[in-house]
Write a protein that binds this ligand. Structure first.
Ligand SMILES: [Zn+2]
Length: 260
């Protein structure tokens, strides 16, 4: 799939696989309720030299802009749709959303990751810990659920029959060091190589070790956040995207690293 970096002023409804960088001019988050559908919606007005457009995020997509504020630059891939107030960008299942420029993820080696923050690393996934990867989420908004005496509860939707998502923890190593990492939902599915539903079947038949024996170990570009796990008093890398190693881009980074 070829992505093309576009100007915001050139976006029109119907465009697929767009790739833009925009400045966050305004953002608002609100709960909505329409018919029997409810959840959270986030609307972000993005601008560049050529125009402005709304980026609209729904439910669990809203997680992806946590910490984002007015004035930040973000890179978005997704598609353009006609909305009630004109063209709007949607990220969908396959789009990406990341901070861009100042404060953006930095390519580093594992031994350089000492402070909390956003980073990108090229490393090999060596091991996945054999604990049950499933956890309960709300089928309406995708947020994780709390368990009480009567069942599962969503902060927004109350008592609800849970759906399942995957959370995988493991060890990644890049030759300079190794670190414990955690991946959720689509990122976990990508590494395990099957959907959450398929994973449930496999675990029933073959156990957790059967599932992880199929995982796609090896080298990737991981981006995410280094966070302190205060309970265990250690750093963990919370991965939010996993990409195949792109050889062309690696050559570009080497040529521009200025080291050596
Ligand atoms: Zn919910």
């Amino acid at each position: 799939m070829e992505l093309k970096r576009l100007n915001i002023g050139n976006l029109i409804p119907g465009m697929q696989n767009i790739d833009i960088v925009g400045n966050v001019l305004r953002m608002s988050k609100k709960e909505f309720k329409k018919d029997d559908n409810q959840g959270i919606m986030c609307s972000i007005l993005l601008g560049d030299d050529t125009g402005t457009i709304r980026l609209v995020l729904w439910n669990n997509e809203v997680d992806r802009v946590e910490g984002l504020k007015q004035g930040d630059f973000i890179r978005v891939t997704g598609f353009v749709k006609q909305g009630p107030f004109g063209s709007e960008i949607r990220v969908g299942r396959f789009g990406k959303l990341e901070k861009y420029g100042q404060g953006t993820r930095r390519r580093v080696s594992i031994n350089e990751m000492t402070e909390e923050g956003a980073y990108e690393i090229r490393a090999a996934l060596l091991q996945i810990f054999e604990t049950s990867p499933f956890y309960e989420i709300c089928p309406k908004c995708g947020f994780s659920l709390k368990e009480n005496e009567s069942g599962y509860v969503c902060k927004t939707h109350g008592s609800i029959e849970p759906q399942y998502a995957m959370r995988v923890t493991g060890i990644i190593d890049d030759g300079t060091g190794n670190i414990r990492c955690v991946m959720f939902k689509e990122t976990a599915e990508k590494i395990v190589g099957v959907t959450t539903n398929q994973a449930k079947d496999i675990v029933l038949r073959e156990g957790v070790s059967g599932l992880f024996s199929r995982a796609r170990y090896g080298e990737y570009i991981f981006s995410g956040k280094l966070k302190k796990n205060t309970y265990f008093d250690r750093m963990e890398f919370v991965i939010n995207s996993v990409d195949e190693v792109d050889v062309k881009n690696e050559i570009f980074l080497l040529a521009n690293s200025g080291s050596g």
